[in-house]
Design a protein around this ligand. Structure first.
Ligand code: FAD
Length: 303
């Protein structure tokens, strides 16, 4: 119930304006966001690398309303990828296609993405296209497949809550396209997605096994200890070396678990968001865990 409520709020534009400029909520969001500027993100990146963890930088933003904004987002990603390269940081970038103009013009969005992926290919690095709600799944996958055929250097995300995901993983794996497996963070209609968490978890384990067996350097992105233990166990059963896949987690969540994985010799990449447009991202993090909401409420009442 709370999950649905916060995911509903995540799409409310008026609330967004108010919240993004509120110093109080900004302070709370800083748990999940590395800062507003690229410099903040690079500082966080250097610290994270020194702990033996790789990263992917996300310049926050989604659902832009003009092609000029989409071009700005592309330029900011070009600056980010170049800075990662120049500073010798072990990291790549993650972006959302609605930030690159997908809602406005597929042609412009493709051109923006092509510029970034070509740059990544030149640097020998990688661009991850995040997955948004199921309204975008087909278009996201077809653009990623097209870019991959042209440049390599690009991969995407598959959500275990969608019924269609097994087929998508099989196709992407056959094309050697890298997949990050997540449970899924959006409000979805019941005809396309498992409604119950237990079913999503079961599907996650099945898809993780498929990816470990057939996928191209899969990323198992979760903070769920059961999913992590199942992954380790499957890799051990199949004799899959820890260097052939990676775990991924979000900045600011389960640092204890992050440290443990690294100490045990597993690869870990942190998803590190930065920038001013943090509202929808923050609301999805609240939706994932009711305790975050109580933490927020306690803070508000103390003021
Ligand atoms: C690296 C990465 C990239 C992602 N990219 C995408 C994407 O492109 N598209 C997409 O739809 N989703 C994405 N997600 C989000 C994902 O879909 C889930 O919503 C999110 O990871 C929570 O699910 P979980 O696997 O951690 O398991 P859950 O069962 O939700 O949580 C397991 C445990 O993890 C901890 N936890 C989980 N979330 C939080 C939180 N917000 N705050 C505090 N503790 C928490 C709690 O201890 C919880 O009990 C991404 C997640 C990660 C880690």
């Amino acid at each position: 119930m709370l999950r649905r409520f916060f995911l509903f709020l995540s799409g409310q534009k008026h609330l967004r304006k108010w919240v993004e400029t509120s110093a109080l909520v900004q302070g709370l969001a800083s748990r999940f966001v590395a800062g507003e500027s690229l410099e903040d993100a690079l500082r966080a990146g250097t610290r994270i690398n020194s702990e033996g963890i790789d990263l992917t930088l996300d310049h926050l933003g989604e659902s832009v309303t003009s092609l000029a904004e989409a071009a700005q987002a592309r330029d900011s990603y070009i600056r980010t990828l170049s800075a990662i390269h120049d500073h010798g940081i072990r990291g790549n970038v993650s972006l959302k296609l609605t930030q690159f103009g997908l809602d406005l013009s597929e042609k412009e969005c493709r051109a923006n993405l092509a510029q970034l992926v070509a740059l990544a290919a030149g640097f020998g690095t990688f661009v991850r296209v995040d997955m948004e709600s199921s309204a975008y799944t087909d278009r996201t996958l077809s653009l990623v497949e097209e870019m991959h055929a042209q440049y390599g250097a690009v991969g995407t995300v598959i959500q275990a809550y969608l019924y269609r995901s097994r087929k998508d993983i099989e196709r992407l794996s056959a094309k050697r396209i890298r997949v990050r497996l997540v449970k899924g963070a959006y409000l979805e209609p019941p005809n396309g997605a498992f409604p119950r968490k237990a079913e999503v978890d079961r599907n996650y384990i099945e898809l993780m096994q498929l990816l470990l067996d057939q996928g191209e350097y899969p990323a198992i992105a979760t903070h769920d200890e059961k999913m992590i233990e199942e992954t380790k166990a499957h890799a051990a059963r199949r004799g899959i070396d820890a260097g052939r896949f990676e775990f991924q987690m979000l900045y600011g969540i389960r640092r204890d678990l992050q440290r443990r994985l690294v100490a045990d010799g597993y690869r870990l990449r942190l998803y590190v968001p930065f920038g001013k447009a943090w509202y929808p991202y923050f609301m999805r993090r609240l939706a994932e865990r009711p305790a975050n909401v109580f933490f927020l409420a306690r803070h508000v009442f103390r003021q």
